[in-house]
Design a protein around this ligand. Structure first.
Ligand SMILES: [Zn+2]
Length: 480
């Protein structure tokens, strides 16, 4: 029985291509608006494909077979469980690939019109490339199976590696981009960029590099902007040309700077290391408030306090005991990561610093995440807490927030995934207080971070919106 892959629908050369396991249909809309369906001329290809599966390149997993054969010149096809690979051309020419051998733990990585790349070994020590014009097999320098690679294009494989940088407080890590050129079997450093504190949220790896024809573009941060840069060569050097293509402004760098500390957490008694940390803090530029210094002192105090809290929690989470001979028990080291996610100035008066904390507490388990906000009045330099903003009673506060949570559960969570709505309200009402509620004040609304009984389990708390109208009876953040 044939099963069909309906998920591939490609718009190519003005027509729609619907790809099946054993054929491809071309759907055209004629000038007369008549809808015409015909089969693509791939009989020879599909005849040789038989019950093998077409493996598409990483560049675009959902291209039609016609486009793949036009652009790459062949398709890779594999038997079940990718045991054997063959190259098949449009005219039905089949080329065996004995080099790709699953019994030697080879795993296909990617392919294009110039080469086929695969990992060698289970945990792998090398990555190899079959150069198609000669079918010779080469080991790709400087990359291992764990290296982040971008989709291969025109015989160029771009890879990324990052290295920690020591104590230059403005650089967290160095990013190095390599390019492997299939034809010359050599690689070169394409570009190096620096990951700076305050930009964690903005400089993710994966979509930060783009090959367009002969040009390669990379995302980097310049001043307070995240931008696309073109990689240019000048003799042996590469340089990044600012194309003035701003993607977004990074507010933490617009309103100030971000510094960091990193290091190890050790038991205060026996000095044994139980964790590592990376922690950022924000420093406000003086031009935004005459109380900038007070605000910065408070931000640093919060930083110091959060560190001592992490040491305390870490000792508990790691079940650390000050035993002399505990070296033989392998301790799983905790990881604490705090980044400045965003900074905003609301209504020209309130500085909101959004922090994100992640804790890796157990091997193989995703980190716990916990976001919080530090809010300041730029006119007085004072830190603001919920009680400075909400002037009603404790009961009124509980009711407003619990109603918002109930409302969220009713609207956003399917009935069979949540508990009884009145119980959700009741539980929230009892658990929440002005003192401890985790609220983030945004320009147009307030967010309460909440995970509690009746709501489905989630690694992150739910972010539930409350309008300023509901919370304060006002249109925006305003304090009497
Ligand atoms: Zn100890």
């Amino acid at each position: 029985m044939q099963h069909h892959i309906y998920s591939i629908v490609d718009y190519y050369k003005g027509d729609f291509y619907f790809t099946y396991d054993d054929k491809e249909l071309i759907c055209s809309i004629e000038d007369s608006l008549e809808y015409v369906v015909k089969e693509a001329d791939l009989a020879d290809f599909y005849d040789k494909l038989g019950n093998k599966t077409v493996i598409r390149p990483r560049e675009d997993r959902s291209i039609s077979t016609t486009r793949l054969l036009d652009e790459v010149g062949y398709a890779l096809a594999s038997s079940e469980y990718q045991r054997e690979f063959v190259m098949i051309q449009k005219d039905g020419t089949v080329t065996e690939l004995p080099q790709l051998d699953i019994s030697k733990n080879h795993v296909l990585k990617d392919y294009d019109n110039k080469g086929i790349v695969y990992d060698v070994g289970v945990n792998g020590d090398k990555v190899c490339c079959i150069k198609l014009d000669t079918m010779e097999e080469n080991v790709i320098p400087h990359i291992t199976p764990g290296t982040t690679c971008y989709p291969m294009k025109n015989g160029k494989l771009c890879c990324f590696s990052s290295s920690d940088q020591d104590k230059d407080a403005d650089v967290r890590a160095k990013y190095t981009y390599h390019v492997y050129d299939v034809e010359s079997n050599s690689d070169y450093v394409l570009a190096e960029t620096n990951k700076r504190p305050g930009t964690a949220y903005y400089t993710g790896i994966g979509n930060d590099l783009c090959v367009c024809g002969d040009n390669i573009f990379i995302i980097d941060v310049a001043d307070d902007k995240k931008k696309w840069f073109r990689v240019d060569k000048e003799g042996d050097n590469t340089l990044l040309t600012d194309m003035d293509l701003t993607i977004e402004t990074i507010n933490s760098l617009k309103y100030g700077t971000v510094k960091y500390e990193d290091g190890t957490y050790n038991c205060p008694s026996c000095r044994k290391k139980f964790g590592t940390f990376y922690k950022e803090y924000f420093i406000l530029s003086k031009e935004y408030s005459e109380h900038a210094e007070d605000i910065n002192t408070d931000l640093k105090e919060d930083f110091t306090y959060a560190k001592s809290e992490e040491i305390e929690n870490g000792l508990e989470w790691s079940s650390h005991k000050c035993e002399v001979n505990s070296d033989k028990d392998e301790i799983y080291e905790l990881e604490f990561d705090t980044t400045v996610n965003d900074v905003d100035i609301i209504n020209d008066r309130y500085l909101a610093v959004d922090m994100e904390r992640e804790y890796w507490c157990m091997r193989g388990v995703p980190p716990q995440e916990d976001n919080y906000q530090l809010l300041y009045d730029l006119e007085t330099g004072k830190r603001l807490h919920n009680k400075d903003i909400f002037k009603g009673s404790e009961d009124e506060f509980k009711d407003i927030v619990a109603r918002a949570i109930r409302n969220f559960a009713e609207k956003e969570i399917q009935e069979d995934a949540r508990g009884d709505l009145d119980e959700i309200y009741q539980y929230a009402y009892e658990g929440i207080s002005i003192e401890t509620a985790d609220l983030s004040y945004e320009k147009d609304y307030v967010i309460v971070s909440y995970a509690g009984e009746g709501l489905p389990y989630s690694r992150y708390p739910f972010c539930i919106e409350i309008s300023y109208q509901d919370l304060l009876g006002k249109d925006t953040l305003e304090i009497d």
